[in-house]
Design a binder for this molecule. Structure first.
Ligand code: IPM
Ligand code: MG
Length: 365
């Protein structure tokens, strides 16, 4: 198939991890006979430096035309003055809103070879397999803001339609998993949460085969640490999802491991590792590219419907996490490019085995 992918490497380690993910996508294209074209555009702090704005119009237009968008990371100390007129993160938020990617999927699994790196005891980490579905284009992130010398406000607003579409997405995803949805809110205090909860209760009636549970966000923050293996799909609003997914990422052993996919109604999606720009290690070829590479796998699955290719990358990553080499954040010495090369080698090996298997099957009739 032909696909046009816009890359937005961004700031800090973003360019390094994005390059690794692109190398993997190129290997997929070569191996499976696809034609992927790549167009690199600017976002974040580097776009502010070059164009005076965090999401230049040309970058946004390119993203809207693309089949999928692969992003590295945005932000850094250079642009984080609280009084700065523009911030790198505004580019990312504007992009999410403009692409209408309201459902942010953040899968969490704990690789057995890395369980020792997790702050939790190993026995708690068995069978952890959670899919967070974070609402991404509403709530306090996008509400009106006011500021005077001594007062500031951030409006948190949700409509039923905004809640309904992301909650339905979570229920649909649960049907392909363990059919258990946990909805997280703060319905004992917040009006938006009461609207959220009653919407979930109404939608749940359409999914009698899916079990539903409601948790308050403070309690959920604790339960994620005490019983992480109890959860399947966890759906929540934007700010709660931001916080809970960083907490969840710590369980996996490193923030560098986890991917995400942000989806709307169409096929176009925005794919990014959940880690930030990590300015302290930028430009040193030591960042872990796993989150970016797994985001590329999600891109293949969700935007291009290439499930076999996505699974082949995930199997290659799984092998490298089992056997090494490992980057520093997961206890090794390998560089970004060494880990990338190991994933590429494992990918070719799996593809060879799969090919031999299928040609053997054909030969057998
Ligand atoms: C994330 C990040 C972003 C967010 C920042 C960079 C705006 O933390 O994707 O989780 O808060 O959504
Ligand atoms: Mg975050």
């Amino acid at each position: 198939m032909k696909a046009h992918i816009v890359t937005l490497p961004g700031d800090g380690v973003g360019p390094e991890v994005t390059a690794a993910a692109v190398a993997v996508l190129e290997a997929v294209a070569a191996r499976y006979g696809h034609e992927f074209s790549f167009d690199e555009q600017a976002i974040g702090g580097c776009a502010i430096d070059a164009f005076g704005e965090p999401l230049p119009a040309a970058a946004l237009a390119a993203c809207k035309q693309a089949d999928a968008v692969l992003l590295g990371a945005v932000g850094g100390p250079k642009w984080s003055d609280p009084n700065a007129p523009v911030r790198p993160e505004q580019g990312l938020l504007a992009l999410r809103a403009a692409l209408g990617v309201y459902a942010n999927l953040r899968p969490l699994q704990v690789h057995p070879a890395l369980a020792a790196l997790s702050p939790l005891k190993n026995e708690k980490l068995k069978n952890v397999d959670v899919l967070f579905v974070r609402e991404l284009t509403g709530g306090a992130y996008f509400g009106a803001k006011t500021r005077t010398a001594d007062t500031a406000t951030d409006e948190c607003k949700y409509t039923v339609a905004e809640v309904e579409r992301v909650v339905r997405r979570a229920f649909d995803l649960a049907r392909d998993r363990h059919r258990h949805v946990t909805s997280v809110d703060k319905a004992n205090v917040l009006e938006t949460s009461r609207l959220w909860r009653s919407t979930v209760q109404r939608i749940a009636a359409d999914y009698p085969d899916v079990k539903v549970e409601h948790q308050l966000v403070d309690s959920m923050a604790m339960l994620l640490l005490t019983q992480p293996s109890r959860y399947d799909v966890v759906v929540t609003e934007n700010l709660f999802g931001d916080i809970l997914t960083d907490e969840a990422a710590a369980l996996a052993g490193s923030l560098g491991l986890l991917p995400s996919a942000s989806l709307g109604e169409g096929r176009n999606g925005l794919y990014e590792p959940i880690h930030g720009s990590a300015p302290d290690i930028a430009g040193q070829n030591v960042a872990n590219p796993t989150g970016a590479i797994l985001s590329a796998a999600m891109l293949l699955r969700h935007s291009l419907q290439l499930e076999a290719e996505a699974a082949a990358i995930e199997a290659a990553v799984d092998q490298v996490l089992s056997q090494g080499p490992h980057t520093r954040d997961i206890g090794g010495q390998a560089s970004t490019t060494q880990l990338r090369d190991a994933v590429l080698a494992a990918f070719e090996e799996h593809a060879d085995t799969a090919e031999a298997f299928f040609s053997g099957a054909r030969a057998c009739g």
